[in-house]
Design a protein around this ligand. Structure first.
Ligand code: SF4
Length: 280
């Protein structure tokens, strides 16, 4: 049984929190480059360039690319042949968030009670999803998920008879309603199937897949591309000022579901699509 110390997890998570907020991923930069070539609106192009410039300044000066430094969301794959010594995983992750956000001067954006609305002051607690996997390593995926895009996300239990057309219309409606409020250009994460709570998880999980990487299932991959085209013809554009770049990508994860159900969830991500990964 391989041993990984509590402190290793804390330090790793602290670094991920800062890296995610300072450095936009290569995949997002590449998507911006493509969008700058294809965007039809001059205003849209100008906004895209400003977003790229903003991300470059953030990386060079080690400052967050957006004032909304997000909810710290983790997808953690824990190898069943490793063991954390000195504490438990969830506490180590939350201590890492506290350290990373505190030492990185990142805004604390979490209220401890949704009704009393008092800021916890250190961006904890994080949202942590864990999965047991083969091996003796821990893979930690982290995203700093913006509140604006999260607010415009949605979930619906469609009827099986709504079929593929119903799914597509629902996703397009959510993007239309979001308009500028989710800070486009978006990454549109979609979950199809599972059950009520699993479907929302799938939509979130899809956002951790790098931009440009298609679902390995050919039918789902084709649906991602079709929806991407339809969304970019809505005319919402960068920051909602009009144009042909409303989405940088569409990601779909699909799973088995009950014969009576067709759950669909849309988790929108903004242009500050921040995700980082580390392996311990
Ligand atoms: S939704 Fe994204 S871009 Fe908009 S304010 Fe929040 S983090 Fe920033």
């Amino acid at each position: 049984m391989r041993k990984i110390t509590y402190q290793e997890v804390v330090d790793c998570v602290a670094t991920l929190c800062q890296e995610a907020n300072y450095n936009l991923g290569e995949d997002v930069f590449k998507a911006f480059e493509t969008a700058l070539r294809t965007e039809e609106s001059p205003v849209g192009k100008d906004v895209l360039q400003q977003l790229v410039d903003n991300a470059n300044v953030a990386a060079a000066e080690h400052v967050p690319m957006c004032q909304d430094t997000g909810t710290a969301v983790f997808m953690v794959e824990v190898g069943q042949d490793c063991h954390i010594v000195g504490g438990i995983l969830s506490e180590a992750i939350n201590e890492g968030v506290r350290k990373g956000y505190g030492e990185g001067y990142l805004r604390s954006s979490i209220v401890g009670d949704p009704l009393k609305r008092q800021n916890t002051g250190d961006n904890t607690p994080a949202v942590i999803h864990t999965e047991l996997v083969e091996g003796d390593q821990i893979t930690i995926h982290m995203t700093a998920k913006g509140g604006g895009a999260e607010n415009m996300s949605d979930m619906k239990m469609l009827k099986p008879s709504d079929g593929l057309e119903g799914i597509k219309n629902y996703i397009l409606d959510i993007v239309k309603v979001a308009g500028p409020n989710a800070c486009p250009p978006l990454v549109v994460g979609v979950g199809i199937g599972g059950n009520f709570e699993r479907c929302a998880f799938l939509a979130k999980k899809s956002l951790f897949r790098p931009i440009g990487e298609r679902n390995p299932d050919k039918t789902i991959a084709n649906l991602e591309e079709e929806l991407m085209g339809q969304i970019n013809r809505l005319g919402i554009g960068p920051q909602g000022l009009g144009g042909s770049t409303t989405a940088l990508d569409v990601k779909i994860e699909a799973e088995a579901c009950h014969i009576a159900t067709l759950p669909v969830a849309v988790n929108l991500n903004c242009h500050a699509s921040r995700h980082q990964v580390a392996i311990l």
